[in-house]
Design a protein around this ligand. Structure first.
Ligand code: HEM
Length: 529
């Protein structure tokens, strides 16, 4: 039965079935998935088979994404097999979600009393686009290949760019590095502890890719944590361009290896991020050796218009303090303090322990809280992208769960920290990385089309029809207005001159195969069927 529903969903997204009833059915099914489903036995997550960054944040300061196009399919498949062959001396190995064992400096979320772990100096991961699976001759060799529930992945990011606001300057025709051309087949992601390791493994991989004409490198894209000087030493921060502190709220996955600080949200079902048979809104791709324990992700490079953003803050300073406006735009003050916990200052008396910076909700089960968005605007970035317990279209329960649309973010800034004394230094800055989910339609695309670039989602709270996410939305015009509601009947603050501050430079929809799946692809017969 699920499969037939899926069929209808695919039709919907290509316009034959009205979007509203399509999103309504997706929302209703998502809600039922969380509340009404009978308790099913959930097998533990096979962390040895799942790619690491699906379930773990590596906390490494550098990343390099290498976009490859397939040359000789047999050689290309064979090389993938070596990346999971277990022989580090041969080639760098794909990093799984398995725990690192001894001697590792405990991180912010680690139990200092726990077993210290060794952190490798690199992590390696792999994404394959649908054209990539075709170029690897997987479809040729696998008669029962089916990605029936994943039309977005099959269609690809370029085809569906208009659904997520990647239009105008951000449209696929302007994308860089070969993304969206159909030659964008395999994305290899290398995280490294330092520049030395980054160059060593890049050189090893680049040499490897060309062996036997397996692959050609189309482009490479680097990200790096923004550094700041502490006691004369440059140290990585979790700052992003626009000046905010990022990486505070993480997505807790039931049975996952990472435990994050309190966030008053139910843990997410593992099938929302790892392809598993108990899933409620998709059928695992077949054959199962290929589909199980995999995942999907939208890879994205977005350029940030920092000058435009700072000018917008300053242009409204007679109406609202620039730092307060920056906080209202994001939902957090730039130092990470959430408006939900501290609506009037970024340094509340007594402070907020770092472990509590995510311990809030917008609307509680008894309907109390910040229904109208007087503390954190309903239209602010983090509240749009994860409304938590706020009732939204299709999920009308105060304090209810919107987990069926959650995302795992694995992104990093690119470009050096912005220097306000050199606003026009001509250096491109932005964010690049993966938004990971099991269903690109129901998670990534839904969030960007309905919540980031929509205004109807907020249930009882009516937003201006043209309202979009003030930080990452594709604004309706170059003079949009960001409405900030105020209490005690005071008129809304209207911040004018809002423009689109982020532009997509590249995107790709990737399948993140499990170790078993990579071995399956590598094991396909050399000679065509
Ligand atoms: C240049 C673009 C972007 C910037 C500067 C940005 C910045 C931020 C910041 C500062 C936070 C709050 C920190 C935290 O709670 O961890 C945040 C949260 C978040 N952002 Fe973005 N973001 C950007 C693009 C996106 C995009 C494209 C998506 C997804 C499609 C996204 C998804 C999220 C999510 C899921 C959260 C966590 C919300 C929560 O759970 O409370 N962001 N972002």
């Amino acid at each position: 039965m699920v499969v037939s529903i899926q069929g209808r969903v695919m039709e919907g997204i290509s316009g034959r079935v009205p979007a509203e009833s399509l999103w309504q059915s997706l929302l209703d099914r998502g809600r039922r998935a969380v509340f009404d489903r009978p308790a099913v036995r959930v097998d533990p997550i096979d962390v040895d088979d799942v790619q690491g960054f699906i379930l773990r944040g590596y906390r490494m300061p550098m990343v390099r994404h290498l976009l490859l196009t397939v040359g000789v399919p047999e050689a290309a498949r064979a090389l993938l097999g070596r990346l999971v062959g277990g022989d580090e001396a041969d080639v760098p190995q794909i990093t799984t979600a398995k725990d690192w064992h001894v001697g590792f400096e405990p991180g912010p979320f680690d139990d200092p009393a726990g077993t210290p772990r060794v952190k490798p100096d690199y992590c390696l991961n792999l994404g394959i686009t649908w054209p990539g699976l075709i170029a690897l001759d997987v479809a040729d060799h696998v008669p029962d290949l089916s990605f029936g529930s994943f039309a977005a992945f099959v269609a690809g990011a370029a085809e569906r760019a208009h659904l997520v606001g990647d239009t105008g300057a951000g449209s696929p025709g302007n994308w860089v590095g070969g993304f969206g051309t159909g030659a964008d087949h395999v994305l290899v992601t290398l995280h490294a502890l330092g520049p030395g390791a980054m160059e060593t493994y890049t050189d090893r991989l680049a040499e490897l890719f060309t062996e036997g004409g397996a692959y050609r490198i189309l482009s490479r894209h680097d990200g790096q944590a923004l550094m700041e000087m502490r006691d004369g030493v440059a140290v990585p921060t979790s700052k992003v361009h626009f000046g905010y502190t990022d990486g505070i709220s993480q997505t807790t996955i039931r049975g996952g290896p990472e435990n994050y600080s309190a966030d008053r949200q139910q843990p997410c079902e593992p099938w929302l991020f790892v392809l598993r048979e108990e899933a409620e809104n998709y059928s695992v791709p077949t054959p199962l050796q290929l589909g199980l324990n995999g995942s999907f992700a939208a890879f994205k490079i977005v350029e940030t218009d920092i000058v435009g953003f700072e000018c917008f803050l300053q242009a409204n300073k007679d109406t609202i303090d620039p730092e307060f406006l920056a906080a209202k735009i994001c939902g957090r003050w730039r130092n990470g303090v959430p408006l939900a916990l501290s609506p009037d200052t970024d340094s509340p008396s007594g402070g907020i322990p770092s472990g509590d910076l995510n311990d809030f909700d917008y609307v509680n089960a008894d309907g109390s809280g910040d229904q109208k968005g007087l503390r954190c605007p309903v239209g602010a970035h983090i509240r749009r992208i994860n409304p938590r317990g706020q009732p939204v279209a299709g999920q009308g329960h105060p304090g209810g769960s919107n987990n069926s649309h959650r995302l795992v973010r694995r992104g990093m800034p690119y470009g050096p920290a912005y220097d306000p004394s050199q606003p026009y230094d001509g250096i491109e800055r932005g964010l690049l990385g993966y938004f990971i989910n099991a269903s690109i339609e129901n998670q990534y695309e839904f969030v960007l089309s309905q919540w980031v670039n929509g205004s109807e989602f907020a249930g009882a709270v009516r937003l201006d029809p043209d309202a979009r996410d003030p930080m990452i939305g594709t604004q309706a015009s170059n003079d949009s207005v960001f409405n900030i509601p105020r209490s005690r009947g005071a008129a809304d603050i209207k911040a004018t001159g809002l423009t689109t501050f982020v532009t997509t430079k590249a995107a790709a929809y990737c399948f993140l195969p499990s170790v078993t799946a990579v071995k399956f692809i590598a094991g396909l017969p050399q000679a065509p069927r």
